[in-house]
Design a protein around this ligand. Structure first.
Ligand code: NAD
Ligand code: UD1
Length: 339
């Protein structure tokens, strides 16, 4: 199968590209490097043991995206490309709507025009909103509390409407819980620009000495130790979930479907800190701070649907997530080399 991977230079995309190649797919990466570095590419080629075609393109460019799909000979697309920082989306809503929705529309137009109607889309547990029933099941009502979340919600709706209008589409919506971890080589991993918003990259930067201490956002939630509980899924398990979804779509009669990609297990902030301490062999300084606006106590996935229908489940532990993150961060204290 020949697969276009949009956003394939990014964190989750890069790990998925490697597994696609290992499974015998031909892969083409399309990325505009707005949130990734070109220096990931030689590392990916080294790990894959083969050249990987890359097209530098902004998917909001309708003509360029049309050309890419017209000339690519693709059987399927995995659509990772998008902006993902919640706080930034509140400050720059137009940019987020423009980029995330604009890129998806030009991609879908090109795919439709050229008869490539198989796509896996990166959605998020953020669509379960501010008051989820736990564990989050795929049929739960969805909502959004910020522009980033609205883009996921809206793109899901666009995809469902597309499948209703033309049942030759095969669309898989994957709702990721909290991705963590890195490739076992330590050559690729998560490299956020600026101050990390998410917990594990922040802990990793404290561990490597780039930041003084972690602020634990609240210790008075209704959770076993009072700190927030999330479902941390290893990025290599996530990547495997994409392969399972692609394969499923190839044999499916259902034009559109949705699956959670999570572990089903909750881990608290302090449990993740302690796991990281075991990985790096020293203490992670932290201080309890007020709750972060918009946060909730616990979120974790129902995982039965993905297991029953995709034959997939997460197999890697939280400790493997923190250990591989430490390997990546300690080998690359300042992330990927600058382009
Ligand atoms: P990332 O920022 O590392 O990767 C996204 C890639 O898309 C980047 O390489 C960026 O340069 C590229 N991109 C953005 N806009 C583009 C455009 N208009 N044209 C071409 N390329 C563009 O993010 P990630 O963590 O790998 O996330 C991948 C997807 O998964 C995103 O859609 C994100 O919203 C979603 N997701 C991520 C998380 C998470 O915590 N990492 C959780 C849930 C969902
Ligand atoms: C965030 C996003 C969400 C996205 C998800 C996965 C927000 C408000 N929500 O959610 O839309 O789908 O990532 O990418 O950003 N924490 C600290 N200190 C920190 C950072 C985080 O204590 O410096 C705590 C948080 O309060 C939370 C947990 O760690 O309890 C995880 O936080 P984070 O990694 O930001 O993920 P989410 O809050 O799940």
């Amino acid at each position: 199968m020949r697969t276009l991977v949009t956003g394939g230079a990014g964190y989750i995309g890069s790990h998925t590209v490697l597994q696609l190649i290992e499974a015998g797919h031909e892969v083409v990466i399309a990325d505009n490097f707005s949130n990734s570095r070109r220096s990931v590419l030689p590392r990916l080629e080294e790990l894959a043991g083969q050249p990987i075609p890359v097209v530098e393109v902004d998917l909001c460019d309708v003509e360029a995206t049309d050309r890419l799909v017209a000339e690519g000979g693709f059987d399927s697309v995995i659509h990772f490309a998008g902006l993902k920082a919640v706080g930034e989306s509140v400050e720059q809503p137009i940019r987020y709507y423009d980029n995330n929705i604009g890129s998806t529309l030009s991609l879908l137009k090109a795919m439709d025009r050229h008869g490539v109607r198989r796509i896996v889309f990166s959605s998020s547990a953020t669509v379960y909103g501010a008051t989820p029933t736990l564990p989050c099941t795929e049929d739960a009502p969805t909502s959004a509390t910020n522009p980033y979340g609205w883009t996921k919600q809206m793109i899901e709706q666009i995809l469902r409407d597309t499948a209703v209008a033309d049942d030759s589409w095969r669309i898989g919506i994957l709702r990721y819980f909290n991705p963590v971890g890195a490739h076992p080589s330590g050559l690729i991993g998560e490299d956020p620009a600026g101050i990390p918003n998410n917990l594990l990259p922040y802990i990793a930067q404290v561990a490597v000495g780039r930041r003084e201490r972690l602020a634990v956002f609240g210790d008075d939630y209704d959770t076993p130790d009072g700190t927030g509980v999330r479902d941390y899924i290893h990025v290599d398990d996530l990547a495997a979930g994409h392969l399972a979804a692609l394969e499923h779509l190839g044999a499916s009669d259902t034009p559109v479907d949705v699956w959670n990609l999570g572990t089903g297990q909750g881990t608290s902030v302090l449990e993740l800190v302690h796991s990281f301490e075991r990985a790096c062999g020293h203490e992670i300084p932290y201080a309890v701070a007020p709750r972060r606006a918009g946060d909730i106590g616990s979120v974790f996935a129902a995982v039965d649907k993905a297991h029953a229908e995709l034959g997939w489940r997460a197999t890697r532990s939280v400790d493997e997530g923190t250990a591989s993150t430490w390997k990546w961060q300690s080998q690359n204290p300042t992330g990927f080399p600058e382009d």
